[in-house]
Write a new protein. Sequence first.
Length: 491
Amino acid sequence: MEFTELADYAIPAGTMTEWIPSVGPHASTPVLAGWQPDDRPTSYVHEAHLRTSLASPRRGKESWLGAAFEIDGPLDKPAFRQAVLAWIDRHESMRSHASIDEDTGELSRVTAAESAIDIWQVEQERCEQSSEVFEHLQYLFDEFTSPLAWPSYAFVTVEPLPGRGPDRITVLFAADHSIIDGLSTVLVAHEISALYAEAKDGTAARLFEAGSYLDFGVSERRVHAELEHTHEAVVTWQRFLDEGNGELPAFPLDIGTPNGHHTAQSGLSAWILDAERADAFSVSCRKTGNSLFSGLLAALAVGGAELSGDTHFRTVTPVHTRDQPQWASSLGWFVGLCPVSFDIAGAESFGSIVAQATEQVTATKPVARVPLDRVFRTLGTTAAPRFVVSFMDVRFAPMAEHWHDWNARALRSKQYDHDVYIWINRTPRGVNISARYPNTETATTNVHQYVAALRRILDEVVDTGTATLPDRTARGRRLDAAASGPVATNQ
């Protein structure tokens, strides 16, 4: 499943219906009506996100993730409404709201019981142009998915104009990052499709039981209530920060000068390996006792050294914290961060670099279970990630084999920061890479060169079982790499 911005998804012209949750006196019993006080705390990352949003001029706008997919038409609106309500009852985080008092800084929460939610069904006028649909969706998702208000999420269905293509309904969903992560977006298409089929045709949804993200927050707080400077996670992150003079690593190539906080970042998405070649690359990695992810990190390190001359590869990579079976199907922000640092100078083979990557990830992955905000609070630092590489193998996610037929895609909001994020997903179709980066000519050129180098290295490993390592004249190869031009994208 590709991970891109809304602008890169083919939205049809047609009629939109917004499906907006509400809490009120419509509930089945007076006890269920309205919000109930809830003393469960947020997760650490949720609290950090709330406080950052309050301090930001954007006030939590444009910090959403989402999904888009198609279902067979015509749309059965009562069945879709029933599906969304069942989904909200299934996930407690979707009927709970945490807030921070701006005067006292106190954190509090209210939660609605199951069956206490209703849906506002807002019918929009028919749009003759797909651009009109896009502009409305972009505004709705940017303005109404703030973590500072409830609901911080929304569904929209788009019924195509009669006679314009197949009778397929496009379903779009967006939620603030505080209540969902990348894997959560992958689950949405399957769950809503299954619950819709159950409501429409009586086909049992057969969804796995999902634990509550609110209970995860309680567990996380209990485990990490005390964090000493001698804790492994604190020591590891301090060492990592010291390597970067107090800063987290930046993208290995120049990305230009920051142009303020008013210009949205650029992005790219490309399929860099098909399914067969992804399997071949994985086999090459496994032959040395390592994983495909380690192979990708090794290839990124080699590519960075070729283009920059710096053999020291440093990045931050997300690691899921769904460490109990009840969290597997839950929606929430189950993500920690893992520091990655290794030097490929003197490496004898590509395989030895893959082994270095494995050794580093194995050593530092356990610290990702300790929330980074908790660690940095102990260290007294506010350093922010500037170069992040994320990897997910989603081939075995529920109904992943249908994503292509459903035109399913994970979505992200626009961003305005001076950083580079790379997401690499292994899907049933192969390996896809997405990136966002500053909207500067320098960043655009260098990020495309970096991805082109990665693709070339992966192809070399697939074709030969190894990759050519950069020599001491690597810095001079920039001009050769530049000749390859921008990466062709498949959006």
